[in-house]
Write a protein that binds this ligand. Structure first.
Ligand code: G4F
Length: 343
């Protein structure tokens, strides 16, 4: 008997969102084909931690290899393709602007071309980003806010976003662009600021280090949600009658400093800030120890000062709501890292 399961391809399966989305789709009885880049340093630990490693069929994939993408689409004819693969670290994009443009911009065009030519029924989800708003032209940001990217990453993602809109209008490809604001979880990579904070604080808390956490700009603000909530929206977009663009966010914004303070509370830190700008430090009032200090090495050539999204359209059209709020997210991440360090 033919296998009647829907087929979902997920590129970037080894990343934070890949794991949450794969789990979500497996629970919906999809056959999940996980695309990964051979030689990626972060391999399958997240999928193993989710307990779903054995249920995913893994396939070699590279965003820069058009022939590989064409073969995969031609052979598997997936119902849905979720493109979560990218050079996703904004800071690295100034060091690797060309690679970032190729992977995050051109790579998406390759997938769209492969769909157009070899698998036109495949519905496509593109992981777009609030970084496209960059130097924000409006507060809060909606689907109609003009873009102003501030990093090579934002520029590349903007190309991919418009390619989705264009392929949907020109060739009838069902391509959706999810403008996701920052979304975090205990599975977040440690290069991103939230997990950098919780993983380092957990090491201080469990006595594994006495070194303070070094951070860059403490005053930028982000609209942080929970990755587990956000993957549901990726799926909902592809189930809708027409392809479209959606902002996915919580509608709240908090500074890096607030995240530090909130996470610190779960380690018993009562932070007092001293000094200014490049020499600012955060001391735990109880112990007198410096637990955070600014290191300008982590500043960016151009900063995105404040992001806050308006998720009204997602709520109205797709019936979606972010469930985990800022405080619960900090707590979840902090407790998970403390548990990991204790083990
Ligand atoms: O955690 P971040 O590195 O995330 P960023 O740059 O906002 O990008 C993330 O969210 C985007 C969605 O808006 C995604 F598209 C993207 O792929 C990624 O997931 O940095 C957040 C803020 C920045 O303002 C940065 O300057 O934290 C500030 N920051 C301060 N100190 C730091 C540090 N960021 C990092 N990574 N490391 C620091 O030491």
């Amino acid at each position: 008997m033919a296998d009647s399961k829907k087929i979902a391809m997920i590129s970037g399966i080894t990343g934070q969102d890949g794991g949450y989305l794969a789990k979500f789709l497996l629970e919906k009885n999809y056959r999940v084909l996980g695309l990964y880049r051979r030689g990626a340093t972060d391999t399958f630990s997240k999928l193993k931690e989710h307990g779903i490693f054995e249920q995913i069929e893994l396939l070699d994939f590279d965003l820069l290899e058009l022939s590989n993408i064409c073969r995969l689409l031609k052979k598997h004819q997936p119902d849905e393709f979720y493109n979560l693969a990218a050079q996703s670290f904004v800071a690295a994009s100034w060091e690797e602007p060309i690679y970032t443009a190729q992977a995050d911009g051109m790579g998406v065009l390759y997938i769209l071309e492969a769909i157009r030519e070899f698998s036109p029924k495949t519905r496509f989800y593109q992981a777009s980003t609030s970084e496209m708003f960059g130097k924000v032209q409006e507060i809060p940001q909606t689907e109609k806010t003009p873009f102003y990217p501030r990093s090579p990453y934002g520029v590349a993602k903007l190309m991919a976003h418009w390619a989705c809109v264009n392929y949907s209008e020109s060739f009838n490809v069902f391509a959706c662009s999810g403008i996701l604001f920052n979304h975090e979880s205990p599975m977040r990579g440690k290069e991103f600021v939230t997990r950098k904070i919780t993983s380092h604080f957990a090491r201080i808390y469990t006595g594994k280090t006495g070194e303070p956490l070094e951070l860059g700009n403490l005053n930028s603000k982000r609209d942080w949600g929970y990755a587990g909530d956000y993957v549901e929206m990726m799926w909902k977009m592809l189930q809708h009658t027409t392809p479209d663009t959606y902002v996915i966010s919580t509608g709240e914004t908090h500074s890096i400093r607030e995240f530090v303070e909130e996470a610190g509370k779960h380690c018993g830190f009562d932070l007092q800030w001293q000094g200014s700008e490049d020499s600012e430090t955060g001391t735990d009032k109880k112990t007198g120890k410096v637990v955070v200090k600014v290191n300008p090495k982590f500043y960016r050539p151009a900063e995105v000062d404040v992001l806050i999204g308006n998720p009204e359209k997602a709520k109205k059209v797709l019936g979606w709501n972010a469930k985990v709020d800022f405080k619960s997210l900090c707590r979840m991440m902090m407790l998970a890292d403390i548990e990991r360090e204790k083990k």
